[in-house]
Design a protein around this ligand. Structure first.
Ligand SMILES: NC(=O)c1ccc[n+]([C@@H]2O[C@H](COP(=O)([O-])OP(=O)(O)OC[C@H]3O[C@@H](n4cnc5c(N)ncnc54)[C@H](OP(=O)(O)O)[C@@H]3O)[C@@H](O)[C@H]2O)c1
Length: 263
């Protein structure tokens, strides 16, 4: 299996590590990585780093597109010499459709799209994966396994990519924002702000673990929200201020932005 990457940032780093440590992939040459840095600043065993556009002789089976959406067209055109008919192309670029990518490449390639999230950097991504129906079973299996190595994979249709991006792609940042707001609440004489942040993360961690073993989240929340108690009082304020509607609006806005960026 011959694999190339265009772009070497956060996502490419996570995916290259996944491939190099995978038991399911036998590489028949170094992974070739086309980057746009001026000097050869990268060095990694079993990888060959090239300048974007640099000549090379390999016929790659799979090419990963790992540049920002705004750079995808120029990156493909700069490296047009490495694209061949029948290759598998995997794009992680948010909002760029399979049709657009096909238009830039202008070869008879099969294109899969993946939407990982930031947590890919420590193999805890939630990745939405969309693969064409005419891709053969072995290739589909291989592609799915590469993303399984960086976390959880959910197969979706391409028209669900915008919603997936809005919820799970951008999701880590919403959680960070939520935690930032939590950190702003209440001050303690005996707990430093760093310790307070740690306690809030522990709260999130332990609640997630509890919920992973819970069938009905709403039912559990009702149970722990005693009538006339402190929790009920706080939740009433959230409800009066339309917390759920605000969240829904925010995610709809991200979805709309993803659609706009794809045009
Ligand atoms: N990070 C995430 O959480 C996340 C989640 C889901 C999807 N994605 C998608 O993954 C893609 C990559 O994101 P990332 O976070 O890995 O971005 P990144 O860290 O900025 O990596 C992209 C790399 O591509 C380089 N590049 C730009 N033009 C190039 C060219 N013509 N040839 C070769 N390399 C070129 C960039 O160099 P410069 O820095 O010099 O421009 C940069 O090093 C994006 O399309 C994004 O939508 C990211």
């Amino acid at each position: 299996m011959k694999i190339a990457f265009i772009g070497y940032g956060n996502m490419a780093n996570a995916l290259v590590s996944s491939i190099l440590t995978s038991k399911n992939i036998t590489l028949s040459s170094d992974i070739h990585i086309f980057h746009n840095k001026n000097k050869d600043i990268y060095e990694l065993e079993n990888c060959k780093f090239l300048q974007s556009g640099q000549d090379c002789e390999n016929n790659f089976d799979i090419i990963f597109l790992c540049v920002k959406p705004k750079d995808i067209e120029s990156a493909i055109k700069e490296n047009s010499h490495i694209f061949l008919d029948n290759q598998t192309i995997i794009s992680v670029a948010a909002g760029i459709t399979i049709n657009s990518i096909k238009g830039f490449i202008q070869k008879d390639v099969l294109i899969a799209r993946a939407m990982p999230n930031l947590c890919a950097i420590f193999n805890e991504s939630i990745t939405g994966l969309c693969m064409p129906s005419n891709m053969n079973y072995n290739t589909k299996d291989l592609v799915e396994n590469i993303f399984k190595n960086i976390g959880y994979v959910r197969k979706i249709n391409e028209n669900e990519m915008h919603s997936f991006t809005a919820l799970y792609g951008s999701g880590p940042a919403y959680i960070m924002y939520f935690i930032e707001s939590f950190i702003e609440c209440e001050n303690f004489d005996s707990i430093s702000s760093d310790d307070k942040a740690l306690l809030i993360l522990q709260l999130l961690n332990s609640t997630s673990k509890l919920l992973l073993t819970t069938k009905d989240i709403s039912e559990l929340r009702s149970k722990v929200t005693s009538k006339g108690g402190t929790t009920e009082s706080a939740i009433k304020v959230l409800e009066e201020n339309n917390f759920s509607e605000i969240l829904e609006e925010a995610i709809k806005s991200a979805r709309k932005k993803s659609i706009d960026l794809s045009k």
